[in-house]
Ligand binder design. Structure first.
Ligand code: PXG
Length: 456
């Protein structure tokens, strides 16, 4: 199916890309040389490109489209709100119904005691807000030295200066002199890649202990918060060993620092619970949200804040922070409709009870493939580790196995992302069992094709 482009419009769009468009996370030379694939429309779990190819979207856009593509209700909600009140700000003692109704609705689905929401335009802005809010919180509590935020290597928290600093992506830190001061990183709980000879359980404990080690090194009196994704998404669907979160909770209980769950990927049903924190029984003080909040139909993010934080902020005077589009009425109306659909259609219950167990069972069948070192997953998240040797977990070094596999997937009508040599999926939550069958069949075909290439 790697047919040359036949639609003359494809070439025109690619020329526009080459001449004018600076795409995110892209190699501009490569993008100019090859041209982007142009995605023109979508429905359910499928995309179509400008050449008429139908593609099963195993990544829900970019971890976003929980309710699937093509839901007119969201378009109608946006249209109605645009006609009634397309924009007004939420600064300086004003508000509008959609933002208030959304804040209340989020408080209903959020973990107990998390009843306050600060809205942003994205997940990155949510984490910027978090950084400023937790430092403000500690200053109000008379501990202005508590500024340092502990994060994890290979975590992803966005692409603004604070987001990229909080994240632990080396390639991002190398550009622009990051991280900014006051952010430190500890190892990630990635057993397959970094667990060495330890068992997953031993490694989970070791990785959690690195948090305590860092708190003691920096000094509890200087640490504001620890931030982590319940499951690292962009880092490669890293599912911590079972021992990890209980040990982290034990450490957090010993020290007076805040716990921030970055729920941008795990939130809104991806684990089969509303939030990844619910799945693990974690009790964060703050949670960053975005993506599934609107199913990606319109940009919106936010920070859910516990009563404990709010009670300190409330008498503390102005919080001098906010974005023009904080709580944008159209985005809020779309988010409300998205959450209504998730609730009324019991989409998360179906994920938990039916489709996620099926996806996980079918995905694990790929573990017998000679190229596959591990299949892991949880809810509507999955990862397939590509290896040369299964038992030693060694890779096909320098061959770019992941990128080869990703290209085969695209050419065979499936989107799987490659993070190094880890193939990852996060399909729309509404994917059906037969669509899961199609996903797994296509994945196996692409693993075969990748192995052939690697052995050639
Ligand atoms: N936190 C997490 C956990 C994320 O996954 C952000 C924050 C930032 O959100 P915004 O809306 O500012 O992008 C994200 C975003 C990838 C990829 O390669 C993942 C994200 C963004 C871009 C690429 O998987 N996640």
């Amino acid at each position: 199916m790697t047919t040359p482009n036949t639609n003359p419009q494809t070439q025109q769009w690619q020329a526009m890309s080459r001449d004018h468009h600076l795409a995110p996370f892209s190699d501009y030379q490569q993008l100019s040389d090859t041209g982007p694939r142009i995605i023109t429309n979508a429905d359910g779990v499928y995309l179509w490109d400008s050449e008429g190819n139908k593609i099963l979207d195993g990544m829900a856009g970019l971890w976003c489209v929980a309710i699937g593509y093509g839901r007119d209700e969201l378009a109608d909600a946006a249209s109605k709100q645009m006609k009634q009140l397309p924009f007004y700000n939420t600064f300086f003692m004003t508000a509008h119904p959609p933002v208030l109704e959304l804040a209340k609705t989020i408080a209903e689905i959020a973990p107990e005691g998390m009843n306050h929401v600060f809205f942003t335009g994205s997940g990155s802005e949510g984490n910027d807000t978090m950084l400023r809010m937790v430092r403000h919180y500690w200053a109000l509590k008379g501990q202005p030295n508590k500024k340092v935020i502990i994060s994890r290597i290979n975590g992803y928290h966005g692409s603004t200066v604070a987001g990229a600093s909080l994240g632990g992506m080396q390639g991002m830190h190398e550009q622009g002199d990051l991280p900014i001061p006051g952010i430190v990183h500890i190892p990630q709980p990635y057993w397959f890649g970094e667990g060495g000879d330890m068992s997953p359980e031993q490694f989970g404990i070791w990785a959690a202990e690195q948090l305590e080690k860092k708190i003691l090194e920096v000094g509890e009196a200087n640490v504001a918060a620890f931030i982590a994704e319940p499951i690292q998404g962009a880092g490669g669907v890293i599912i911590p060993p079972d021992s990890y979160w209980p040990k982290i909770r034990e450490i957090l209980a010993k020290y007076d620092i805040l716990f921030v769950a970055d729920e941008v990927i795990c939130g809104f049903g991806r684990t089969g619970e509303w939030f990844g924190s619910d799945y693990y029984g974690n009790k964060p003080d703050l949670m960053t949200i975005a993506k599934g909040l609107t199913s990606g139909y319109i940009p919106m993010g936010g920070l859910i804040v516990s009563d404990k934080i709010f009670e300190v902020l409330k008498p503390g005077g102005d919080f001098n922070h906010g974005f023009t589009y904080s709580g944008h009425p159209v985005a809020a109306a779309v988010a409300l409709e998205n959450i209504r659909i998730l609730r009324d259609e019991k989409i998360i219950e179906r994920v938990r009870e039916e489709t996620a167990p099926y996806l996980q069972k079918r995905l694990r069948e790929l573990a017998d493939h000679p190229l596959v070192g591990e299949v892991r997953g949880l809810g509507m998240l999955g990862a397939i580790e590509l290896v040369k040797n299964k038992s030693s977990r060694t890779r096909y070094t320098d061959k770019g196995a992941g990128m080869i596999c990703r290209a085969h997937c695209f050419n065979n009508g499936l989107i799987m992302r490659a993070v190094g040599d880890t193939m990852i999926i996060a399909p729309p939550l509404v994917i059906s069992k037969s669509e899961i069958d199609e996903l797994v069949t296509k994945a196996r075909l692409c693993l075969d094709l990748t192995l052939q290439d690697l052995q050639a």
